[in-house]
Structure formats: C-alpha cells, structure tokens
Design a protein around this ligand. Structure first.
Ligand code: PLP
Length: 344
C-alpha cells in the first residue's frame, strides 16, 4: 500500500547525498573542541543567524532547555504563549532542572501582542517571581505553522528593553518562516538574545539543533549543555548533515509550503474540515473537525487505513505536515483519500 506520511517533518530520512556527506565528514573529539565539522557548522550558523557564536545540541528540546537555563535562575518566571512547545512538549524540563516557572498567555494562532505580554510582566515586589525571559516561537507549531510578524516581534523587543528582559526564540522552523517571507534569518533573530533552530525538521537532517547568541552567553550555554550530558564526541558525522542541508535543503522548503497550500485548498472544501486555507502559511496544517461525534483519533485511523498518516492534534483537530519526503504524487493521493473518505 502507498504510504504518505504527513505526521511531522521529523520523519524524513537522510538522502543518499546527505549520507555520503556524513560518511566522509572529518571528525574529532568535540568535547575537546576538536571536531572540525562541528566547528564549521557552528561558525556558519552563527554567521547566518547574525550572532557571535553558536553551539550544536542534540535536539530542539535540548536547545530550548539549555537556552532557558542559561537565561534564568531558580524561581524566575518565563513568559510564553500557551501553546508554546516548551510548555506542552518538553516534559517540564525548565521546571525540573532549572526551578523555572512558566507564565503561559493565550495568543492568536500562537502569536502574542506586546500588550498581552505587558500584562504578564510582574511588578518588582517580593510576592512575585521575577520575570526574566520572554520566549517566542517562529513558526508556531501548534499555531498551524504561523509566521511571527516581524513588527510584532520588534514591539515585544521594545517592551522587553523597557523591563530589562531577555528574549529567546524557539526557531525550530525559522528557515520555513524566512523562505516563506523573504525576511532573512538574521533579521528574524536580531531582536533576540538567543535563538534555537532545528536541523532535523524541514532541513531533513537525522539529528541536531543549533543555538546561537553572544560569545559570553554561548560560553555559559556550553557549560549547561555539558551539565545535561549533551557533550558529544565525534559529532561531526551529524554536523555534516547540517552543513549539507544548509547548502541544499533551504530553498526547497518552498515546495513544502506549496504542497501544504495544495492540501489546504482541497481539504478545506470538505465540509467536515472547512477552514480558511490562506491561514496555512508554511508547512503545517491544523485541520478542525466540525463534528462532535467523530473524534480526531477516528479520523486519523480511517486515513491511516488508506496509507495517509496524520496525528490527532487537540480535542477537535488533526495535524498534517509536509516535508522533503512528500512529492506531488503524494499530495494528489492524500487529497483523493480525504475526498473518498470524507467528501460528500
Ligand atoms: C516549535 C518546536 N520547538 C521545539 C521542538 C523540539 O524539537 P526536538 O523534537 O528536536 O526536541 C519542536 C519539535 O517538534 C517544535 O515543533
């Protein structure tokens, strides 16, 4: 049976060419700082993100955790959106390892306005935890791949400056935001003290994320990565995939966005899933289910029986994600199956 795997952009497998680049990577002991490929990836990422230094980490979760721990002390508070990845999907790492409290605020498709955040900043009073950090997510996963408007980020930066707060960007899919808008990675990253980007999502690498910030900030983050057991040895094998992806897998993200729009245009015409397709801005589609009887799991199971893999994504939603393993034929097939199962 044909399988079209739309569960996540993390399901991609390295291409032959990427595997070749990994196999022939020059390596060394990165805990000694001696892996030339890791060093090259870090230097290159620092440059394209417009930061002084960068650090290779095992995952997006580790990137966010190391970043939050680097910015905070136990008892501090971090403001983020109520659907943010570190709040939902990172096993409360910041609370468990850093004694950090989150202040989640409900946004619009994951996007917050400066005014929403202003209300959450604590007064300087012994009753309250000190607000230390604002975390934003671009693109926003649970927000349906929504791109953070740059003007909103700049307004939030202005607010953060007034209150001497740091800002961290969870840019797991920042490359998608940049390709979709034409806004450079550097421009998107400038308002933030720290940034985390994933290599193992749209860029198609098997493993890895990179965090970036000032030289002293990365020096401290490096210590925290070590403390968490994240010092890897001949990690150049993994970093080589990242370097390969920077050369070959950025521009092609447009294809993923095109495929997501095709899926959105077709599926949104099925009354069960009706929504405004123009809300799909990148490679993620969160489909609403307009029926109180059929559950997301039932929808997912029926699709799965026909080879179309998706995930339940909330009480009345499922999620579809396009990626480099999805081609035109896969999109056509998935649309056919949606119409066959749920069209009238
Ligand atoms: C927005 C966002 N941040 C962070 C992560 C965590 O990445 P990882 O799965 O590499 O830990 C994800 C993973 O899906 C994500 O969507």
């Amino acid at each position: 049976m044909k399988i079209v795997d739309l569960r996540s952009d993390t399901v991609t497998k390295p291409t032959e060419a990427m595997r070749k680049a990994m196999a022939s990577a020059e390596v060394g002991d990165d805990v000694f700082g001696e892996d030339p490929t890791v060093n090259r990836l870090q230097e290159r990422m620092a440059e394209i993100l417009g930061k002084e230094k960068a650090l290779f980490v095992a995952s997006g979760t580790m990137g966010n955790l190391v970043s939050i721990l680097t910015h905070t002390r136990p008892g501090d508070e971090v403001i983020l959106e109520a659907n943010a990845h570190p709040f939902h999907y990172e096993s409360a790492g910041a609370a468990a390892y850093g004694g950090v409290q989150f202040f989640p605020i409900v946004g619009n498709h994951g996007i917050l306005d400066a005014e929403d955040i202003a209300l959450a900043i604590r007064p300087d009073d012994a009753h309250y935890p000190p607000t230390r950090l604002i975390c934003l997510e671009n693109t926003h996963n649970r927000g349906g791949g929504k791109i953070y408007p740059i003007e909103k980020i700049e307004q939030i930066r202005h607010l953060a400056d007034q209150h001497h707060l740091a800002m961290h960007l969870d840019g797991a899919r920042l490359f998608n935001a940049s390709v979709a808008t034409g806004i450079s990675l550097e421009t998107f990253c400038k308002p933030f003290e720290s940034v985390s980007v994933c290599l193992s999502k749209g860029l198609g690498c098997p493993v890895g994320s990179v965090i970036a910030g000032s030289a002293p900030w990365i020096r401290e983050a490096h210590r925290i990565r070590k403390r968490l057991g994240g010092g890897m040895r001949q990690a150049g094998i993994l970093a080589a995939a990242g370097l390969y992806a920077l050369d070959h897998h950025i521009d092609r993200l447009q294809e993923d966005h095109y495929h997501a729009r095709q899926l959105a245009n077709a599926i949104s015409q099925i009354p069960l899933f009706e929504f405004t397709p123009s809300t799909v801005e990148t490679n993620i589609i969160v489909l609403p289910i307009h029926d109180s009887v059929i559950t997301p799991l039932e929808v997912v199971t029926r699709l799965q029986d026909e080879g179309v893999l998706t995930v339940p994504f909330g009480p009345r939603e499922i999620r579809l994600v396009t990626h480099l393993g999805i081609d035109d034929g896969d999109v056509t097939y998935a649309i056919e199956i949606f119409k066959k199962l749920f069209g009238n």
